[in-house]
Design a protein around this ligand. Structure first.
Ligand code: AMP
Length: 422
């Protein structure tokens, strides 16, 4: 599993802020659920026959011998919380969003990690096609707000429990003569979850995908009408999309609308930035009353990767000012001075510890601050502070009450340098 280090966190913060802001403006409320759940939640909710349940879950026994799993995704948890927290008693649909770490045991590679973070929304309690389009619009707005420019929206309908069995049979009929030519995984999927055959990335199997039957040719009238309404609204709102008749979702509980964002710069489908869709069958699969829902999960790690490759990341925002207590008794006054500047929204550190002034100045240089405030013996005695402008390499002694203005002048005239050496 990986660490996210300070150098990239400013970019992550931009993603989180965009999520919170866009969701608030659309009436989506934040939801936090635990990162461990009973294993059953995922085996029932994500579905046996999916890669996640078959080979990607971190499952362990707790001290009471209960089987727990680190969450591989959050939709099942959101639906559980919706019922257990009484959100089903409030006005419907419940509009929820979350952000946080997910865990999947997979071979780590670029863009695929064992711990990764998702931003997602779930709109639960309504089956209107307009809600599908609402979450699609929200996910697209979030990608744009994060700075992702080139992305394609792939849309499909995978039907529901009424019409999907017919499609599954058509798919099996199509693949049956080719079984010997498929990879081992696909031969297994042929029985357990044939829709996943369309998702296989094995070069042996991919040539068969283009000619496979299309989901939309097998939709029942209700699913077809829902799909037409979704596409009509996307067109009316000018949301560019590509109808992808082979897009399926790996999770069993999905119904009707399925969508994904592909990053053409990163191998397209191989590196979906996120996806979502309708899951009208999920609540029932978890043992709750049948309740429709629609949502998405966006992969924040992949969005950050894409921004890094495009050189569009946020610089780390290190401290702007450091305060050096250079006299015997100046540590407390230095900390008070720092506190006053922080009230004015300045990012300030105090350089604690007994080092020579020269060493302290070298340290300030490495921190990349714009101004250093020095409280030496002389300054302490006269109620003054030495203020050094690091870029101009100029130093002046100002009375304590003038420090704020002096700092503002140094910071105001130019951009604050980025933290770190140089
Ligand atoms: P899923 O829940 O499988 O539909 O995944 C939604 C999004 O989460 C994907 O499109 C990826 O962007 C991201 N994602 C899924 N698995 C991983 C992983 N192992 N590492 C990084 N990102 C992931």
């Amino acid at each position: 599993m990986r660490d996210l280090l300070p150098t990239e966190m400013a970019t992550w913060t931009r993603l989180s802020r965009a999520a919170a802001d866009l969701c608030a403006r659309r009436g989506y409320a934040p939801l936090v659920t635990p990162i461990v759940e009973h294993t059953d939640l995922f085996t029932h909710g994500v579905g046996a026959g999916t890669d996640i349940v078959e080979k990607e879950m971190y499952t362990f026994k707790d001290r009471s011998d209960r089987s727990l799993t680190l969450r591989p995704e959050a939709t099942a948890s959101a639906v559980r919380a919706y019922f257990e927290g009484g959100l089903n008693q409030r006005p419907q649909p419940a509009r929820l969003w979350y952000e946080g770490p997910m865990f999947r045991y997979d071979r780590p590679q670029k863009g695929r990690y064992r711990s990764f973070r998702q931003f997602g929304v779930e709109a639960i309690g309504d089956d209107a096609p307009g809600l599908d389009v609402e979450v699609i619009e929200l996910s697209g707005a979030w990608l744009r707000e994060c700075g992702i420019e080139e992305v394609t929206l792939e849309v499909n309908s995978i039907g529901d429990f009424k019409c999907r069995p017919g499609y599954r049979r058509a798919l099996q009929d199509y693949y049956r003569p080719h079984l010997a030519e498929l990879c081992d995984d696909d031969r297994r999927r042929f029985e357990t979850n044939p829709l996943r055959l369309l998702d296989c990335k094995n070069p042996k199997c991919m040539p068969f995908q283009a000619g496979a039957p299309r989901t939309i040719d097998h939709l029942c009238e209700e699913c077809a009408a829902h799909h037409r309404a979704v596409l009509g609204l996307l067109d009316a709102l000018g949301i560019a999309h590509h109808q992808n008749h082979h897009l399926v979702r790996g999770l069993d509980y999905y119904t009707r609308t399925a969508f994904e964002y592909w990053d053409p710069g990163h191998g397209g489908q191989q590196n979906a930035l996120g996806g979502g869709g309708r899951y009208d069958g999920l609540a029932e699969a978890l043992g709750f009353p049948s309740t429709p829902g629609v949502g998405f999960a966006m992969g924040e790690d992949r969005v950050v990767l894409s921004l890094q490759d495009a050189g569009r990341t946020e610089p780390e925002s290190g401290p702007q000012v450091s305060v050096v207590p250079a006299a015997e008794a100046s540590e407390a006054p230095a900390m008070r001075l720092a506190a006053r500047l922080r009230e004015a929204d300045v990012r300030v550190v105090v350089q604690h510890g007994r080092r020579s002034l020269k060493a302290q100045m070298r340290q300030a240089q490495k921190l990349g601050v714009s101004a250093v405030l020095i409280l030496g013996e002389e300054e302490m005695a006269s109620g003054h502070v030495a203020v050094r402008d690091m870029l101009l390499a100029e130093q002046s002694v100002v009375p304590e009450e003038g420090v704020r203005a002096a700092v503002a002048q140094i910071l105001g005239g130019r951009l604050v340098p980025v933290g770190g050496a140089g």
